[in-house]
Each structure stands twice: as C-alpha cells, then as structure tokens.
Write a protein that binds this ligand. Structure first.
Ligand code: T1G
Length: 675
C-alpha cells in the first residue's frame, strides 16, 4: 500500500506532504510516514529545514478517531510529536483548512507555524469527551498563553489564523494561494536560526484565580461533562510542574477519559451525525435536483426562521403571507434576528443586507412558480394543508419539491392532495428554526429517491443535521416525546410534583424537564380552546390562561424576568384531580421517575425501529441530541439504553406495567445492543 506521506527536496529543504483524504487524519500510515521523513531529515546533513504540509482540503484534522477502538499502533502520536520537536533542524508547519486536535498538536511541536488567512486552528477533543493527548494541553498554554489555552481546550472551538497569529500560535500568515512558496521562503529564512524555538522549553504562567474564575464562569456550560474540567486541570498543571510531569498528567487524564462512558457517547454522536446523512438503498451519487430558489409559505416564527436558513446559505427565498401586516411583521423579524447577530459580531452588516436582499416577500402564491423547493409552514391543520398543496400543485413548476413543515401530520395524506406525490415530503424544522440544528426529513410512501436525496443534501448546505423519518404520528422525536409527557402527567396523579419530575430530568442532563418544556412551548398548544371543557390537568391550566411562560403562569408561576417558582394554584388543581379520579398516591422516587419517563422513550424508539420509521438506532440518538438537548455525554436515548443495559430497561418497563416492544425484548434476551 502506498504511503500517504511523500517527501520532496526543494534545495536544502525537505517538504513532507500528507495526502490522506478526506481530512488527513493522523492514522498509523501517516504517522509512520512522517516518522520516516524525520529520520531522513536527521540523517542527511544537506537538509537544513523541514516543511510539513498536507494535500487536499485541510492540514491534519486530528488523530484518526476510527483507530480509538483498535489496539494502538506505533509510532503513537505523542511519540511522533516529541520527535518533531526534538529534531535538531527547524520544522515548519504549513497550515491550511482546519488544523485540529492532533493536527494542531503536530503544528505546536513544529518550531514554526505559517498559515493561510482562511485556516483555523483548534483542539476540539473536548467535544469528543477527550483532551489533546499529544502534548497539546502543555504546549498550547506555553505558546499561546493560559487564557486562550483554557478557552480552546475546554470549549473546543477553533480560532482563525489571524487570531492565532495575534496570540503567537502562528508565526506568519501566508498568501492564500502561495502557502508552499511562502513556507519555503520562511524555512530558508530560519534554517540557520538557533536556538530552535521549542514550545516545551517555554513557560506557562497564570494566577490561580484565572482558573477559579474560568471554572466559575463556565460552570453551567460544563455541567455534567467530565472532559472540560480534565482539560482545565491539565492546562493548570502546565503552570505548576515541569513539562515532562505535565505530559505524564495529561497522558493519565487522557486515558481516563478515553475509557470512560462519556467519550464513547460523544464519539458515537460524532459518527452518528455523519451516518444520519446517508440514505440506505439510495446511491450516494444519485443526481440531485438543483435548488436555486426556495419558497416559504407563512412568515410567522417558523416561516421566518426557516427562510433564514436558506438566506444564510446564500439561497434566495420568496416568502408568502396572506396579509400585508403579517408579511411585514415576518420580514421585520428576520431583519431583527440578523441585526442581533451582527450586533454580536457573528455576521457583518453587509451580510445582513445581502440576506435581506435575497428575501422576496409577497402576498401571491403565484410568485412561487419559479421556486425549486416550496416549504409550507402554515397552521397545523390537515384540511388547511391539503387545500394549500392542491393549489401549489397547479402553481409550482414541474419537478419543484413540495415540503410540509408539519410536526406530526400524515405526509402521505398531504401528498395525495397533489398530482405529484413523488415530489412531496416533510421537512420538520425545530423551533427556533434558524437556531435548532435538527431537521427531520419525512419520507412519504411515494417520495422519489432523488427528492429525498436532494433535501438531505440541502440539509447539510443549510448546516442542519438531517435525519430521515418514516410517516408516523410525531415522526421520530415527537413520537418519543409523547409517552414521556403522558407518563409525567400520570406521575402527578400518583403523587409527584412538576418540580420533582423536572429536577430529575435536569439532573440527568436535559436542558429542562417535561413541565418546564410545556411552559416554554406553550401549555395551550393543541388545546381544544374550550375553557368549559376540563377533562384533565392540562385543560384546567389552559382554562385559567396558565399557558406557560408567555402568560407568566403555567405549571410554574413566573416573575417578570420569567424566573419560575412552584405554583400553589397548580398544586391545588393537581390535588382536585387526584381526588376527582380517586387516584392512589405513593412516595415517588427519582428512580421511578426515570423508569417511567425515560424507559418508555427507549421502548418507543424500539417500536420506531421495528416499523422502519428510522433507518438506524443512531439516527434516533441524533434526533434527541440535536432536537431536544439530550445530553451528548449520554449519547442519545438508544446509546444510553445500551449503557443502562437493555435487561434493566425491560425489567423497569415490566415493573410499571408497560408493554415491552418486541425488538427491545429480543435484544435484551440476546444480550445485544441497539448501537
Ligand atoms: N478521524 C477519522 N475520521 C474523520 C475525522 C477524524 N479525526 N474527522 C473527520 N473524519 C471523517 C468523517 O467521519 C467523515 O467520514 C469525513 O471524514 C468528512 O468529515 C490525540 C485524541 C475536519 C471540520 O475532532 O471536525 O486528535 O462520513 O463530514 O464537514 O489529541 O470532520 O465521509 O465517512 O465532518 O468538511 C480531533 C473532527 C480528533 C476533528 C471537516 N479532531 N472532524 O468537516 O467533513 S481526536 C476532531 C471535524 C485527537 C489527539 C486527539 C470535521 C472537519 P464519512 P466531515 P467536514
């Protein structure tokens, strides 16, 4: 097998190039090749400097994550990194694309770093539940300073080449199109410079208060995660002990995380997110329909948010409303959202105008005639949607894709109201649609393969995590949410309080519990709106306009800053229903709350898989991570069930009288996992 590493002489400079698509991951063959090149350079006195560069779209984007579950192969990355730094000739890293993780650590071990302005550098290991395990936690604070090293290691976001240059992480900026030439010139310039600047020989200093402040400032963000604190502790160690001891501490900390459940969960999600974009049974090179203009019907919260996804990706949008006032309000909201992002420096004012200039508001459905994709985000009512799709069928051009943003209605029934069911599918965005990453793409019985593949690819273009769902009530996410909400209400009747149930979910790692979620989304969603018809606790709350945060009262009472507090009135309503229904109460433990609200979600997930409504268990995990904030360090409901043990899940479900899904029972009995 040819090595992904090649070397070439440019005068007295040895250029080492990695060509290991798609991201030049530092797999065993790459490490072996670089090691051989270093030996070549060390043994040849006519070589006075080394340039390490990469072909393709990026400098090394990290260790090869797929190797983590396999036995380690020499030379290990930490060893290789030390060999680079230890060479007695200058090694220059020529960086483009994203120098991430082990890639950034290779660059840090080089004596010099030159990067094109569009490059990024980062150590995202924390997002995999890890830490830079090849010296990064010890070299980065020594080169770029402790404050920046804390930000980069504990949060995992990359910085731009210019930020890196300002911080001293990058020594030179190259021309965008002249990286190698500029790197060679830089190498010639420093070839004789001594002593060689070695990160490990610098010192990292910081007041202890810096670490205490950083921990305090980020406590909420890091809640429940192991890796951020491990990264902080390693950077702190770099200011306390010599480099070698710091490396040892880093190594021990890395191994602890690597073999922990959280990193396994976070690596599972890394690969699952990418796997979700693949559609079983459809060729990955299927011809896609070009999407040059998108139509959005409805300029409310959803329609405006949906439009922004396309505008931000540079795709013009025609947005339709029935009333001018609603249309104006909708487009004003889009502008307000963009201007808020500009105020935070996330986008430039020019980009705001560019996006708004690509938004074409209209009151006429006929203006959608030139759209390649039309998405409706109108009132969640089947008759309304069927009538609208009937009209679109006559207006839309041939091969236009017609999508419904419905959150649970039957997409096949909607498709049947057109003469082109093959062009119809669901695109279920999550509110706020311009923020939430999940997009459930609902495949109708007659949806054409190229239509599905086009929308899945478009999902990536608009920076969503798209997951294919079959047609069933609630698709994947909301279908699993329902049993959780139903059981939460039953637990109120059995003696629990809303705050007790929510507290268990938040302690588990969810951003909020079932009742906090209801208050945020609106207790009145789906309510029959007849205040005289009070059949359950939710009806009683809705009848008293306890519609949630928006009315400063729901399952909780809210002050003017929307701070929640337990509601005596809600406690009364619950008690009234307990009496009225003759409900039996008992002391409810946190464990029972988990068994009765989370285990049924796993059970529903098993039914979804049995019915083929999701392609794979990992898709279900992706839905809950990106659509509902399931803690990524638990890997999603199905991954979590595997770690709990399916036998334990089955026993818990049976204990509370649930009917166990066949797939779940079979897997439990065979000792199998979902993932
Ligand atoms: N190892 C193995 N495969 C990888 C990979 C990696 N590091 N990064 C990406 N891939 C695969 C990915 O699964 C996909 O495969 C394809 O490449 C394209 O990826 C010791 C321990 C670089 C910003 O965490 O953030 O170094 O689906 O779709 O959108 O301290 O990939 O095509 O089969 O994401 O252009 C640290 C992870 C590793 C970076 C490019 N590094 N990668 O994004 O492409 S741990 C990372 C990314 C480490 C050391 C530690 C992104 C990207 P497939 P993609 P993209």
């Amino acid at each position: 097998m040819t090595s992904p590493i090649t070397t070439a002489r440019h005068g007295d400079i040895l250029v080492v190039t990695s060509d290991n698509p798609p991201v030049n991951a530092l797999g065993a063959a790459v490490r072996t090749g670089i090691d051989a090149a270093l030996k070549e350079a060390a043994g040849d006195d006519s070589i006075h400097a080394v340039v390490i560069t990469c072909a393709g779209k990026t400098f090394f984007a990290g260790a090869d994550i797929t190797e983590f579950s396999k036995p380690p192969v020499e030379p290990l990355l930490p060893t290789l990194v030390d060999s680079i730094e230890g060479l007695d000739k200058p090694v220059i890293a020529a960086i483009h694309g994203t120098a991430l993780g082990g890639g950034c650590e290779v660059a840090l071990a080089c004596h010099y770093r030159i990067a094109v302005p569009s490059a990024k550098l980062g150590v995202p290991e924390v997002k995999l539940g890890l830490l830079p395990g090849a010296g990064g936690t010890q070299r980065l604070p020594r080169v770029a300073g402790v404050a920046l090293a804390l930000e980069m290691t504990a949060k995992g976001d990359p910085i731009s080449a210019s930020q890196a240059h300002e911080a001293g992480l990058v020594d030179r900026l190259a021309g965008e199109a002249s990286l190698l030439d500029d790197a060679l010139a830089f190498a010639a310039e420093v070839a004789a410079a001594r002593p060689l600047p070695r990160a490990s020989e610098k010192t990292a200093t910081a007041d202890a208060q810096v670490f205490a402040d950083f921990r305090k400032t980020n406590a909420r963000r890091f809640r429940g995660f192991d890796a951020p604190e491990a990264n902080i502790a390693c950077v702190e160690k770099a200011t306390q002990v010599p480099f070698g001891q710091g490396l040892q501490f880093e190594r021990e900390s890395f191994m602890k995380l690597m073999f922990g459940v959280q990193s396994a969960a976070q690596r599972h999600i890394f690969f699952s997110e990418r796997k979700a974009s693949k559609i079983d049974g459809i060729a990955s090179d299927i011809a896609l329909r070009p999407i040059k203009r998108v139509g959005v019907i409805g300029a409310g919260t959803m329609g405006g948010g949906i439009s922004m996804n396309f505008l931000s990706a540079g795709i013009p949008v025609t947005i339709v409303e029935m009333q001018q006032e609603a249309l104006d309000r909708g487009t004003a909201t889009v502008r307000k959202n963009y201007e808020a992002s500009a105020a935070k420096g996330r986008i430039t004012p020019d980009q705001v105008e560019q996006a708004m200039g690509a938004l074409n508001p209209t009151l006429s459905l006929e203006d959608l005639a030139d759209c390649d994709l039309i998405i409706e985000a109108v009132y969640e009512n089947m008759d309304v949607k069927k009538e609208l799709f009937g009209k679109l069928d006559k207006i839309a051009k041939p091969h236009a894709i017609l999508a419904s943003n419905t959150s649970y209605l039957n997409v096949d029934e909607i498709a049947a109201s057109t003469s082109r069911p093959q062009d119809v599918l669901g695109m279920h965005f999550f509110s706020p649609a311009n923020v939430m990453k999940l997009l459930e793409v609902v495949r109708g019985a007659k949806t054409a393969d190229d239509v599905l593949a086009t929308v899945m690819a478009l999902g990536k273009t608009i920076r969503k995590v798209a997951v294919v769902s079959g047609v069933c009530h609630g698709f994947i996410g909301n279908r699993m949410l329902m049993p959780r909400q139903v059981e939460a209400m039953k637990l109120l009747m059995a003696g629990a309080t809303p705050e007790q149930i929510d507290k268990v979910h938040v302690a588990f790692g969810m951003p909020m519990g079932p009742f906090q979620m209801s208050d945020l989304a609106g207790v009145d969603i789906g309510w029959h709106r007849d205040p005289t018809r009070i059949e359950n606790i939710r009806d009683a709350l809705a009848a008293e306009k306890r519609w949630g945060q928006k009315t400063q009262a729901g399952f909780y009472d809210y002050d003017e800053k929307r701070n929640p507090s337990p509601s005596p009135r809600v406690a009364e309503i619950i008690e009234e229903f307990r009496v009225r229904e003759g409900a039996q109460q008992h002391d409810i433990t946190d464990e029972e709350i988990v068994e009765r609200t989370l285990y049924p979600m796993v059970n529903e997930g098993a039914l979804i898989l049995e019915e083929g409504m999701a392609q794979r268990a990992s898709d279900i995990d992706v839905v809950w991570i990106y659509g509902y904030g399931w803690p990524v360090y638990r890997g999603g409901p199905m991954f979590w069930a595997d770690t709990e043990g399916l036998k334990k899940i089955v026993a818990g479900l049976e204990k509370h009288g649930f009917e166990v899904a066949k797939l779940l029972r079979d897997k439990a009995e065979k000792g199998e996992r979902f993932n």
